[in-house]
Design a protein around this ligand. Structure first.
Ligand code: HEC
Length: 147
């Protein structure tokens, strides 16, 4: 009896520990995806400023590559349980992971175009790719981010 009780207690304790770990993972994922989004916004801002100032776009190559790399990482940051808490992700971000991955792929492709335009220091191509990047941000937000 005592052993059964102890085993029960140990199991309950283990369950509460793993519950806490899940909650931590969820909170960390929410914080990571929001911080990454803020960095995406900062990176887009640098691209926009270069376009507006008609300055060299070459120095933005690594920024654009980082945006592309981040876009690839985004779908991995919506683990189960991270739909609750300080998040504005919609329910669809969790129920439609294929759609979310496709939207992230659109940003990856647009950011890679931005990177090659930067590499060529081609301002016109850079501006065109920048418009695609903006469309990819908005395209995902429309479905997967609450207003
Ligand atoms: C694949 C989908 C997807 C793409 C692509 C995407 N976002 Fe987001 N974004 C989201 C989701 C989902 C949230 C809400 C995250 C949350 O609150 O958990 C968000 C939130 C944000 C936020 C608010 C972050 C915060 O601190 O609360 C900003 C700013 C943002 N996105 C900017 C951008 C920019 C700029 C781009 C394009 C360069 C972009 N996003 C592309 C899905 C996307």
């Amino acid at each position: 009896m005592r052993n059964v009780l102890l085993t029960g207690l140990a199991l309950a304790f283990a369950a509460s520990l793993s519950g806490a770990a899940d909650a931590q993972t969820a909170d960390a994922s929410i914080a990571a995806r929001k911080a990454g989004m803020d960095l995406l916004a900062a990176a887009s801002g640098s691209a926009k400023r270069a376009i507006d100032a008609k300055s060299d776009v070459k120095p933005l190559k690594s920024t654009a590559e980082a945006m592309a790399a981040w876009a690839s990482a985004v779908p991995g940051l919506f683990p189960a349980g991270s739909d609750k808490g300080a998040t504005k992700a919609t329910a669809e971000a969790f129920s439609d992971s294929a759609g979310l991955a496709k939207a992230a792929g659109n940003l990856n492709a647009a950011a890679l175009k931005l990177a090659s335009a930067a590499d060529a220091n081609d301002a016109a191509a850079f501006a065109a790719a920048y418009a695609e990047v903006g469309a990819a941000c908005g395209g995902c937000h429309r479905t997967y981010r609450q207003r």
